[in-house]
Design a protein around this ligand. Structure first.
Ligand SMILES: *[C@@H]1O[C@H](CO)[C@@H](O)[C@H](O)[C@H]1NC(C)=O
Ligand SMILES: *[C@@H]1O[C@H](CO)[C@@H](O)[C@H](O)[C@H]1NC(C)=O
Ligand SMILES: *[C@@H]1O[C@H](CO)[C@@H](O)[C@H](O)[C@H]1NC(C)=O
Ligand SMILES: *[C@@H]1O[C@H](CO)[C@@H](O)[C@H](O)[C@H]1NC(C)=O
Ligand SMILES: [Zn+2]
Length: 412
């Protein structure tokens, strides 16, 4: 055990004060480089001492968010472990301040501001009323704090008398990835209002089930208390809350890329598979839909496209098709803003191994042929509200490109 542990364990854990929105004043993001094993060790050490709102280790490099009161300890620890450090964000509060602008309080929903869960659900309800001939509000499950997991089912009538395949869209499972619910509602708006034939035919071809925020408690918490919150809000120990809902699904649960510590800010996998009511109820809902052809999950902000499985480098039976289809999706997306995404590939190959994610469970349990995770863009979960439409248009074209190639290959 590191000597630092013994010396500094007396420093009290920092808990957010009760009713305030945590400011993140003077929280820094560092990049640290060096020996991989030492990177893991320093993270273990830091996590044992205090809440680390964000960290990410990928071969020989890590990024970590450090509270001002932890700065001197952090600095000494990087010296001890011989790691090179560099400040990449000097004051995270300045980054989140930008999100408070926009028109969040306006009665009219828009894509130039971020809305809390009531705003998003209000939008879904409105759409289900305005487009009552095409759409229906659907309940995919429940949350710990008693919210519904609401989605919009879009199913336009067709002349042919056949049951359409379902495209299921899951977004916002990680609470702080704000661009994902915003992009998903943008995509809903495109499906309902666009007159572009590529989009209207995409809309008409499938039954859509779109869930902008499948972790509604966590999402609301990021609006009211802590912008960096990622997990659910269940009580996981005497002091700590939540589990990572994308490590909680019942497939290879608890194996890679997880924490067994209920206080771990990011990666606690829960007390058992489906310990969280959100994943338990949502998985049941999904399993009852017979004809899902595609399951698409949205995350931020690694800017990549992932295919199953996330905890293995072994390839699925239709891996080659998934890659071809994924490439078409990225090509269409790139045409919008010139942005290149990494992949398509498995997370184990280009990100890191992680077990217990929804994508892997869906693929394994339901044998859904087309399963993807999109990691959208941003910096530390931030994306300027004035530019939501940029990613919205990119994602819309990514969906057009995805299903064009999927249909070419006989999946439609
Ligand atoms: C870090 O190291 C410096 C120099 O050795 C020392 O003065 C300082 O007290 C240390 N800080 C902490 C928090 O241990
Ligand atoms: C890793 O950290 C230890 C101290 O805990 C140090 O002695 C060692 O030199 C470091 N390894 C590398 C490769 O820097
Ligand atoms: C829903 O529609 C009502 C009535 O048109 C409007 O007042 C309200 O602002 C809308 N809410 C959202 C979230 O769009
Ligand atoms: C469904 O409702 C929308 C909005 O009122 C309308 O634009 C559309 O033409 C309707 N479609 C059909 C098939 O009735
Ligand atoms: Zn995520």
């Amino acid at each position: 055990m590191s000597p630092f542990f013994i010396i500094f364990v007396v420093i009290p854990l920092s808990y957010a004060t009760f009713h305030d929105f945590k400011s993140y004043k003077d929280y820094k993001v560092y990049s640290i480089e060096g020996n991989n094993e030492n990177l893991s060790k320093i993270m273990e050490f830091l996590n044992s001492m205090a809440e680390i709102p964000f960290y990410d280790i990928r071969n020989s490099r890590a990024e970590v968010m450090i509270a001002p009161e932890l700065d001197s300890i952090f600095s000494n620890a990087t010296d001890l472990f011989r790691l090179k450090k560099k400040i990449i964000v000097n004051d995270y509060s300045e980054i989140i301040a930008e999100e408070k602008g926009g028109s969040r309080k306006d009665s009219q929903f828009s894509w130039t501001a971020y809305y809390d869960i009531d705003g998003i659900y209000g939008y879904l309800k409105n759409m289900s009323t305005i487009y009552s001939n095409w759409t229906e509000l659907v309940e995919g499950g429940q949350s710990y704090e008693g919210r519904k997991i609401l989605g919009l089912r879009i199913n336009t009538p067709t002349d042919v008398d056949k049951v359409k395949n379902i495209v299921f869209i899951e977004s916002g499972i990680h609470a702080r990835e704000w661009i994902t619910p915003a992009t998903t509602t943008y995509f809903i708006n495109q499906l309902l209002t666009s007159t572009d034939p590529a989009i209207t035919s995409l809309r008409d071809q499938f039954e859509w089930q779109i869930f902008p925020s499948v972790n509604p408690d966590g999402y609301q918490y990021t609006h009211k208390r802590d912008r960096m919150w990622r997990k659910t809000r269940s009580k996981s120990s005497f002091f700590c809350h939540g589990a990572d809902p994308n490590r909680n699904w019942d497939y290879n649960w608890g194996q890679y890329g997880i924490s067994t510590d209920p206080c771990n800010y990011q990666l606690y996998a829960g007390s058992q598979p489906f310990s969280e009511v959100e994943t338990r109820t949502l998985s049941k809902y999904i399993a009852e839909l017979d004809n899902i052809v595609a399951y698409i999950a949205f995350h931020a902000d690694a800017q990549m496209l992932l295919v199953p499985y996330s905890d293995s480098v072994e390839h699925t039976s239709n891996y080659d098709d998934l890659i071809k289809i994924g490439k078409s999706s990225l090509e269409y997306g790139e045409k919008v803003n010139g942005e290149k995404y990494d992949g398509p590939a498995t997370a184990a190959e280009i990100l890191y191994k992680a077990s217990g994610g929804s994508m892997d469970w869906v693929r394994n349990q339901l044998a859904t042929p087309l399963v993807y995770t999109y990691e959208l863009r941003g910096t530390y979960f931030h994306w300027p509200p004035s530019k939501i439409f940029e990613q919205g248009d990119e994602v819309t074209q990514m969906m057009v490109g995805l299903f064009n190639e999927a249909c070419n290959l006989g999946y439609c």
